[in-house]
Design a protein around this ligand. Structure first.
Ligand code: GSH
Length: 356
């Protein structure tokens, strides 16, 4: 190696070291910024909650003409805002496709994701997410035309040779691929970005079937007034789809806030406390509700960084679980009775730990 090469090498090495140091410093600075502020602090400083939803999921999150968002998922965004700010309206909604949602959450574009999202092992363990309590127990089904010979008693064996449409980035596409293979049915799977496009293709006859969470099929069939023309099957869904809120891993305080907001709606439902009687309820006769609403001694909301009346605001402004469910899901024909979404006291799975 000649002298000139040695000098070049030295200069290159120095630059490399300098760059590495700068990069390391930069990384530390960025990390520090995030480390110092919990999600709750960021949300409080900003003054509103950033909530990721679908925006086009019937009865779950639908963006209205005036920009507001309605649905059971939207209501859980409003509930968390009511708990934090005492004002349910302090929410900014971001419409996310199924494929975009987890990247948006991990990049910090939203604080909370409530987008008909199924709790699965890989999403929980590989993707840096944690899941809150399930707010709607769902299961995947298919929808086809009665005129094609399909009915509520059709099975996966009956879909052999058919074109099936759904949206990408979902449990749906994986379940149907696996389910059809196991049933020995050869299908052509067509995936689109957002489920409304799958519905358009179905209506245009470009797909024989659409598939997604049963609630989505019931909702879309009701919206199209096609109760007598389209069949939803199989009677027992092909998967379990527990839907609920999702947040970034390793933020225990934020997890507590989201989880207990949901639990507060379950507990209030259990004791029959809702928007109409939250002010007149006898809290001395029910100390657990008293603690949860911040009316009695022993409240725990302040331990979580919220005001004592945080969950009172949730029930007063948004409602208990039954109110939220009924308002959004009954109009499309989804009822709690006899389903997994019934209260645990009536054979369902809606159950919260005690507020003590
Ligand atoms: N629960 C499934 C499916 C979620 C999903 O994308 N559902 C559809 C049907 S309700 C939907 O959100 N459609 C509205 C949209 O694509 O914006 C998952 O988490 O992967």
């Amino acid at each position: 190696m000649n002298k000139k090469s040695i000098v070049y090498l030295l200069v290159f090495a120095l630059v490399a070291v300098a760059c590495a140091t700068e990069a390391a410093e930069e990384e530390v600075t960025v990390e520090d910024e995030h480390d110092h502020e919990s999600t709750l602090e960021q949300v409080q400083e900003r003054g509103f909650l950033k909530c990721g939803v679908s925006g086009s999921a019937v009865a779950f999150s639908e963006t209205q003409a005036d920009g507001s968002v309605t649905g059971i998922d939207a209501d859980y965004c409003y509930a968390v805002a009511a708990a934090i700010f005492g004002d349910y309206s302090k929410v900014e909604f971001t419409a996310l496709t199924a494929a975009e949602r987890f990247t948006a959450l991990s990049a910090g574009e939203v604080d909370l994701l409530v987008r008909n999202t199924t709790w699965t092992q890989s999403r929980d363990t590989e993707l840096g997410n944690d899941f809150g309590p399930t707010t709607y127990y769902d299961g995947q089904q298919l929808m086809g035309r009665n005129s094609d010979g399909l009915s509520a008693s059709s099975t996966l064996k009956d879909i052999d040779g058919l074109r099936v449409c759904t949206n990408a980035g979902t449990t749906t596409e994986k379940n149907i691929t696996e389910g059809a293979r196991l049933a020995g049915a050869a299908i052509e799977l067509v995936t689109v970005e957002a489920f409304p496009e799958a519905m358009e293709k179905f209506k245009a006859g470009e797909c024989d079937l659409v598939t997604t969470d049963g609630s989505g099929l019931v909702g879309n069939r009701a919206k199209e007034g096609a109760l007598n023309d389209w069949a939803i099957f199989p009677a027992s869904p092909i998967s379990k789809e527990p839907l609920g809120p999702v947040y970034r891993s390793n933020d225990s305080q934020w997890a507590d806030i989201v989880n207990w907001t949901v639990y507060a709606t379950f507990i209030a439902d259990e004791y029959g406390v809702g928007r109409a009687n939250v002010d007149s309820f006898d809290y001395d006769a029910n100390p657990e509700m008293g603690r949860l609403m911040g009316k009695n001694d022993g409240e725990l909301q302040t331990v979580m960084g919220l005001s004592a009346d945080a969950f009172y605001n949730v029930i007063k402004q948004v409602g208990n679980y039954d109110e939220i469910y009924s308002k959004n899901l009954n109009p499309v024909g989804l009822y709690r009775e006899g389903s997994a979404n019934a209260p645990w006291t009536e054979g369902g799975l809606i159950y919260a730990p005690p507020a003590r």
